[in-house]
Design a protein around this ligand. Structure first.
Ligand code: FAD
Length: 471
């Protein structure tokens, strides 16, 4: 049994009283998840100011056998960044580790501490005329450490990859409180097991990420956005193949949205004007980033749309002719989640599939849901270019939300079984956390689960690092 007052005193001694928060009011913002679905308990919220202090706190956690939950911006969507209700853990907030340590425009790297807000990294890269391409709707509050721990995706994955692909090196405090110094900015390094990749996507269950070397890129000379109306997801796939053929690496965004998504945005975000004269069944928001010139980008986009019309793929299209029009088009895409939340509670599925099978998956799974749960409305959108769908489900208008949520586990099972049959993944972007742990155990093979448990036990034998998450 931990004597928590001895532990708190030791933490206070290590990093200063101001950074060990123990009062209920001050702890509260760190204990509830982003969507306000769950509130946990903690002995304290501890906020070290540098890597050595993180290591000191982790060593104290070892000594007193206190579990710890690393937390960045607390924007995660799977209950990974909040403690459980036992009340025996601490929240280890990385928010004070927020320095940009270096920008190297020749090596095309930026070295940042884990608690740095994503938007600040984008801004620091831009100040050096470079692009840090990770972009997601929570970028004003999520942190690089959280992005790495969840291997976040976002809208630029098609061209630049997930956070894992953007990372060249990590500094990590191990579960024993040692510091792994791996801040190497190397694009080639074949020196044994890839320890860096173990910590990426581990959701804080193997160690605490304290800093990282991330890739940056030349700023594009021009970015163009278009919204294309289509009849079916299959047409969207044909458009994707066409766009990849015409534009190659210049294609940086390819987002699918069903009409219901845009109807919800139009209903709940009334300041936005619907861009077409009539509604269509589906839409694709596509973005080109060109390294030559605006004229070159426009010519590429016009050729693509002409080819889409010729092939009877495109029903209508709107082109943004300024960056503010482009932002407005992206607003339609980025407002879908909030519009769906304003419509009421809903059930989310963050799934990925082989791109070639997405259209068939949507047809089959829509039909299955209608057959088993006719009171469902499918709100389907996502990063089609990455094979990632937000296959969300809302209740029919007027249907009892309580009755709807009672069916959540059945709805999840129908969707995830279908994902599994199509060779997909039940978590494309958001991770496993506490929310999808049972589903992970159900769908992942016993060999994979056993290897994951072996790694967890080897790196964190006392099970103090974010226990109850992932495994
Ligand atoms: P937190 O929520 O604080 O933590 C997330 C997990 O990482 C937890 O398990 C935590 O323990 C662990 N962790 C945090 N920091 C560290 C660290 N330094 N070391 C070890 N472990 C750590 N995700 C996408 O992939 N793509 C999207 O497009 C996307 N859009 C989003 C839009 C909105 C509006 C919101 C609210 C979320 C979205 N997300 C998206 C979810 C996404 O996971 C997070 O926004 C982000 O990557 C998490 O960063 P964070 O700093 O908030 O981490």
């Amino acid at each position: 049994m931990t004597d928590s007052s001895d532990f708190i005193n030791a933490c206070t001694h290590a990093i200063g009283e101001a950074y060990v928060i123990t009062t209920d009011d001050d702890k509260a913002p760190y204990l509830t998840d982003q969507r306000q679905r769950f509130t946990g308990q903690a002995i304290a919220v501890v906020k070290p100011g540098n890597t050595a202090e993180v290591a000191a706190i982790v060593r104290l956690c070892n000594q007193f056998k206190v579990p710890l939950v690393p937390q960045g911006g607390n924007t995660g969507l799977v209950l990974g960044s909040v403690p459980d209700t036992k009340g025996n853990a601490i929240v280890l907030s990385l928010s004070r580790l927020n320095r940009i340590r270096a920008v190297d425009p020749v090596n095309h790297t930026i070295t940042v501490e884990a608690g740095t807000i994503l938007q600040h990294v984008q801004e620091a890269a831009e100040a050096a005329s470079r692009l840090y391409p990770l972009s997601l709707a929570a970028e004003g509050s999520c942190t690089i450490g959280g992005n790495l721990a969840t291997n976040a995706g976002g809208t630029g994955v098609l061209r630049y990859g997930n956070t894992r692909e953007l990372c060249l090196g990590l500094e990590v405090v191990t579960a024993q409180g040692e510091i792994m110094e791996g801040l190497r900015g190397l694009r080639k390094d074949n020196t044994g097991y890839d320890l860096r990749d173990l910590f990426i996507g581990a959701e804080g269950t193997l160690g605490v990420i304290t800093a990282a070397v991330m890739k940056i890129f030349p700023l594009p000379k021009s970015q163009l956005t278009a919204l294309v109306a289509l009849r079916t997801p299959d047409e969207a796939l044909r458009l994707l193949t066409l766009a990849q053929g015409h534009c190659g690496a210049a294609l940086t965004g390819f987002e699918l949205m069903s009409d219901l998504c845009l109807q919800l945005v139009a209903k709940h975000m009334q300041h936005l004007t619907f861009p077409f004269s009539i509604h269509h069944a589906h839409y694709v928001l596509l973005e080109l980033s060109d390294s030559e010139s605006e004229a070159h980008a426009s010519a590429m986009l016009e050729a693509l749309l002409a080819s889409a019309l010729e092939n009877d793929i495109c029903q209508d299209a709107v082109l943004a002719s300024s960056s503010s029009q482009s932002k407005t088009l992206w607003n339609w895409r980025e407002s879908i989640s909030s519009a769906q939340a304003k419509e009421g509670k809903n059930i989310k599925h963050d799934i990925s599939l082989p791109i070639s099978r997405i259209a068939e998956f949507i047809t089959v799974t829509d039909a299955l849901l209608q057959q088993h749960f006719p009171e469902c409305r499918n709100v389907t959108f996502g990063h089609l270019g990455d094979g990632n769908l937000h296959y969300n489900v809302s209740p029919a208008i007027g249907y009892s939300i309580d009755l709807f949520l009672e069916q959540q586990s059945h709805i999840n099972r129908v969707v995830h079984d279908s994902v599994h049959q199509f060779g997909g993944s039940i978590s494309a972007e958001h991770g496993i956390g506490a929310l999808k742990r049972d589903a992970l155990l159900h769908y992942k093979s016993s060999v994979e689960i056993s290897l994951m448990k072996t790694i967890k036990h080897a790196l964190d034998p006392q099970n103090l690092m974010n226990p109850g998450k992932v495994l």
